[in-house]
Design a protein around this ligand. Structure first.
Ligand SMILES: Cc1ncc(COP(=O)(O)O)c(C=O)c1O
Length: 409
């Protein structure tokens, strides 16, 4: 049996331990939901305050004085190391669903003789909705096929234009092999678009060595940049001269302040900017990234795996047979969350929230727990499982009030 003292010892040796003080989390806050909405960091708050001050004192002059127009590119370059991208390959703009829409249409234009988009039937629903919607604007018949991702090989043929997949499954936490799948897709002559919503800031990937064509991710999960934080779009350098932004706007124009009525795209990744950057939201991202710059993805990944291993071990030691651990044991196939299947998972999550442990529920039967190494301690994992034991021992999850679900689960 793993003891609380052992967890305290692990914290004492943890090279990332000091980063917790970058956040304002109370001691009793057991926050296992950074995979949905990361907490605010002191530096994110300070950065928003700073930009509010710029706006207050310098008004519209701030765009030039503080380089606001370049913020989407500068932040893109700071996100680049998380996914192994190069400077100039990422821009921060829009939100993730819109980013997927833009990149999908950009990709489809590069495979004009092909008519199929493949995606995972277990993909996050927004991905499927937006793929199906934008397929209708491709200028030719394009069908979206939702497939079992384990059967990708048998669906790849010379009519497939694009494969869109989410790297880490939002329900199960299973991580796919980006390099292997990208290669497989390319061998079939198709392009790939990865959704890195549950990847960015959680586990490293290397889009450069994997030769990924397009990718997108969001700022509000593991990057801790705040609710509704903008997305980012990654377009591999060699595609940038060839592809078009399917939703062109003035800020992707070569000369936005010439007010020309004919669109001429600017060079590079900036062409994927459509409209005015959300400067206050970008300020939060700017500040949030400062915390990451005190460490690196290798250290984050190492601790993430240790935390998820510990959680799985404790759940199995203390609650044998109660849950099915849906998340893969294999480190290579694991994101930074643990999904536990239980017939009363919604009640389990609600009862835990009441006890100060925040996770979330994903239908039909998953209690989902995210592990963010920047602020979680090993002892937090122990204490969370202790609360889980109490919930189940007392039958708190079976309370009538948990029979009706909240709007956000
Ligand atoms: C895998 C995945 N893709 C896309 C989205 C939607 O992103 P947005 O609301 O920023 O459009 C989410 C949201 O949680 C997600 O988990």
């Amino acid at each position: 049996m793993t003891t609380r003292e052992e967890c305290v010892e692990l914290d004492a040796k943890d090279p990332l331990a000091s980063l917790r003080s970058e956040f304002s989390l109370g001691d009793g806050e057991l926050y296992l939901d950074g995979n949905s909405l990361g907490p605010i960091s002191k530096s994110a708050r300070a950065a928003v305050d700073r930009v509010m001050g710029e706006w207050q004192s310098e008004l519209i002059r701030s765009w030039n004085l503080f380089g606001w127009m370049d913020t989407p590119l500068k932040l893109g370059d700071r996100i680049a190391p998380f996914i192994g991208a190069n400077p100039g390959e990422i821009v921060v703009a829009d939100t993730l669903t819109f980013a997927i829409a833009k990149l999908t249409l950009a990709a489809l234009e590069q495979r004009p003789d092909r008519h199929v988009i493949l995606t995972d039937v277990m993909n996050f629903h927004t991905d499927i909705y937006i793929l199906e919607a934008v397929a209708q604007y491709a200028g030719r018949p394009v069908t979206v096929k939702t497939i079992d991702r384990n059967e990708l090989a048998q669906h790849l043929n010379n009519d497939v234009a694009l494969v869109e997949l989410t790297h880490v499954d939002f329900r199960t936490g299973e991580a796919l092999d980006v390099a292997e799948i990208t290669q497989q897709v390319h061998e079939a002559g198709a392009l790939v678009l990865w959704d890195f919503a549950h990847t960015t800031g959680a586990l490293p990937v290397d889009v450069t060595s994997a030769k990924v064509d397009f990718a997108a991710g969001c700022g509000y999960k593991y990057l801790n940049a705040g609710p509704g934080s903008p997305a980012y779009m990654y377009v591999r350098k060699e595609w940038q001269d060839k592809v078009n932004n399917p939703l062109p706007g003035w800020l992707g124009h070569a000369r936005p302040f010439d007010f020309e009525i004919t669109y001429e795209a600017t060079q590079g990744i900036r062409k994927f900017v459509t409209s005015s950057p959300s400067i206050l939201a970008l300020a939060a991202l700017d500040g949030a990234l400062e915390v990451f710059e005190k460490t690196d993805m290798t250290a984050i990944r190492k601790k993430s795996l240790a935390l998820t291993d510990l959680f799985i071990k404790l759940v199995e030691e203390r609650l044998p047979g109660e849950f099915t651990v849906v998340t893969p044991r294999d480190h290579a196939k694991r994101g930074s969350q643990v999904a536990l299947a239980h017939s009363e998972a919604y009640g389990v999550v609600q009862a835990l929230i009441r006890r100060g442990v925040t996770g979330d529920f994903r239908a039909p039967d998953i209690a989902r727990f995210g592990f963010t190494p920047l602020y979680l301690r090993y002892v937090d994992v122990y204490d969370s499982v202790e609360q889980l034991v109490q919930v189940l021992n007392n039958g708190e999850h079976q309370a009538d009030e948990f029979k009706v679900r909240n709007a956000v689960t």
